[in-house]
Design a protein around this ligand. Structure first.
Ligand code: F6R
Length: 350
């Protein structure tokens, strides 16, 4: 069956359409972020020695991508908090950003409460919910993003305002031209990976993954957040297990696990590489992959396209986003519902 036909049959809430509107989402998110950044600019005078971004799942990835993009150009370390517990020694002297699309995620709310006691400054990025209410109560500025989108499909709304906030707060400096270039690249991705051409590279990637498990590998550099994003999108959209890990660390443990007989013949290694990756890490990947090759079903390498850092990062992310929706189609599932996450949240809130 053609992808277009599978889309009509399975994609009840149009997840593919949500991926395809990413460039428009980028524009809206950039504008919202710019308006909000005027508030964040006052933070420039506040002293903080790290940034903590608290969030879960789709809302946490925005922080990961921000950290990956800024790399070592960030003036202070940017750390993630994906738990109810935010250690006091992490929160202390931090610029704390709570990122929850719904505003109702218990872990993020708990981290917010913990940060109230210790953080040097606080902000939130949310579409509303309890987080927006607490921010209003506590006079914590919140950047309000549009509601009604599955959080993972609102990635532009969590990433771009966060970047604007970090720039306005003096954490990093980057030029608007990075954004303009990334927007162009995103538009190109939509035309390259759209469903009109049934054999487009994202569709081909989905075909490679059909009936197999993806092991997404990258360096802990520009594509670190993207590797996690690919894996999570395969989980949530395609309803399939996937795994991510990083070179060189995986060469010190995980590499040995590939020797488990024929089991890994149903696994595909997807290695995401970027020209800014450390040369020795690239060498580690080459050698490690050659040792894993006899055991893996297949190894596919993806070189980030040319261009600036934001453009390379988002173009690579979009390839995975499209592929995850096509993989859902091949798996015969609707990409949008995440019933187990919904059931889990309901049970936990009792
Ligand atoms: C659902 C999704 C999830 C949520 C996560 C946290 O599309 O991506 O991973 O992002 O359950 O919820 P929020 O984002 O509302 O804080």
């Amino acid at each position: 069956m053609k992808m277009q036909d599978l889309r009509a049959k399975l994609d009840s809430a149009d997840m593919l359409g949500r991926v395809m509107v990413f460039p428009a989402q980028m524009q809206d998110a950039w504008r919202i972020g710019a308006d909000f950044a005027r508030t964040a600019a006052t933070l420039n005078a506040t002293k903080f020695s790290r940034v903590v971004i608290a969030g879960m799942g789709g809302s946490a990835i925005g922080g990961d991508l921000a950290r990956s993009f800024l790399g070592d150009s960030a003036r202070v370390p940017i750390v993630s908090c994906r738990d109810h517990r935010l250690p006091a020694n992490v929160a202390r002297e931090a610029l704390f950003i709570a990122s929850s699309y719904s505003g109702n995620t218990a872990e993020t709310l708990a981290a917010y409460d913990a940060a109230r006691e210790h953080a040097a400054a606080m902000l939130a990025v949310t579409s509303g919910g309890e987080l927006a209410r607490r921010c209003e109560r506590d006079h914590v500025p919140s950047c309000i993003i549009p509601a009604g989108i599955p959080p993972r499909a609102a990635i532009g709304y969590s990433l771009l305002p966060t970047l604007q906030i970090l720039r306005a707060a003096g954490v990093a400096s980057f030029d608007d031209s990075e954004y303009e270039e990334a927007l162009k690249a995103a538009r190109q991705c939509v035309s390259n990976y759209g469903p009109e051409d049934d054999r487009n590279p994202a569709g081909e990637l989905a075909r490679t993954l059909h009936g197999r498990t993806a092991f997404v590998y990258a360096a802990p550099a520009l594509l670190e957040g993207v590797a996690r994003r690919w894996s999570c999108q395969f989980n949530e959209n395609a309803k399939t297990l996937a795994h991510f890990a990083y070179f060189p660390e995986l060469n010190h443990n995980e590499i040995v696990g590939w020797e488990v007989g024929d089991l890994m013949k149903r696994a595909v290694i997807l290695y995401l590489e970027d020209r800014d990756d450390h040369p020795l890490t690239r060498r580690h990947a080459d050698v490690g992959l050659s040792l894993m090759k006899p055991f893996a079903g297949a190894i596919e390498r993806f070189d980030a396209p040319t261009g600036g850092r934001l453009s390379r990062m988002l173009a690579t992310m979009l390839l995975g986003d499209f592929a995850s929706v096509y993989l859902a189609y091949l798996n015969g599932v609707d990409p949008t519902p995440v019933k187990k996450i919904d059931a889990l949240k309901k049970e936990m809130s009792r």
